[in-house]
Design a protein around this ligand. Structure first.
Ligand code: MN
Length: 219
């Protein structure tokens, strides 16, 4: 079964876009023909990326990996980015963008930084609940789109961007220093966030401008 949360597709619909779901089965060679028909790409959340893709050994605390999805999304991104069409990347998607551009990930936040905040998902903390704040770089695309530099966000990740990839700028951090958002400055519209803005839409309009800006750019 391939599945994607309805929060993603509803977020796109809410701001006037038409969501299409791409199953990660197509081989890399097949991407350009499909991508010509798309106006924007949203990479959704999911499982951990195999650390082999960023030059590290699989450490025991990396969770389940999906080889097919890794290859599909990395291939998809490498075909998509040169087109200059809008990209919004969320959680796993945010990490995939960094890996596609040669960056690395922190395989487990608390193993490496025991004093860090608890960023991981727990059933006691529903996705629409704020978990920590983020501070955005003033003047970043994300700060302009959201109209501010300090926001409360949810958190459902145990990994994070470590070394940014080629052309990747860090534009938000949690209070413990963990990287929470990146952008590609040279790209017309590439915003990448570690939190789940689509889930926040259930209870707040704070993140709605992010989806609206994405669809505006796609249009
Ligand atoms: Mn977090």
């Amino acid at each position: 079964m391939h599945s994607v949360g309805t929060t993603y597709t509803r977020a796109i619909q809410q701001v006037g876009g038409t969501p299409l779901i791409i199953p990660p089965v197509t081989q890399c060679d097949d991407w350009p023909g499909l991508l010509a028909h798309l106006d924007g790409l949203l990479l959704s959340g999911g499982e951990d990326i195999d650390p082999n893709h960023y030059g590290q050994e699989l450490e025991p605390w990396t969770g389940r990996v999906d080889e097919e999805r890794d290859y599909a999304e990395l291939g998809l991104l490498r075909a998509w980015l040169p087109l200059g069409k809008p990209l919004l990347a969320i959680c796993r998607g945010h990490q995939v963008v960094n890996v596609a551009l040669g960056g690395t990930l922190l395989q487990d936040i608390t193993t490496r930084f025991p004093d860090a905040l608890d960023h991981a998902y727990t059933p006691a903390r529903p996705m629409e609940r704020d978990v920590h704040t983020v501070d955005l770089v003033d003047g970043s695309r994300l700060a302009r789109v959201l109209g501010g530099t300090h926001f409360a966000v949810n958190s459902a990740h145990h990994q994070a961007v470590m070394e940014p990839g080629h052309g990747v700028s860090i534009v938000a951090r949690a209070p413990d220093g963990i990287i929470e958002a990146t952008e590609i400055a040279e790209h017309p519209f590439c915003i990448s966030v570690q939190w789940h803005p689509e889930a926040m839409l259930k209870t707040s309009d704070t993140m709605r401008p992010l989806f609206a800006a994405f669809i505006d750019a796609a249009r």
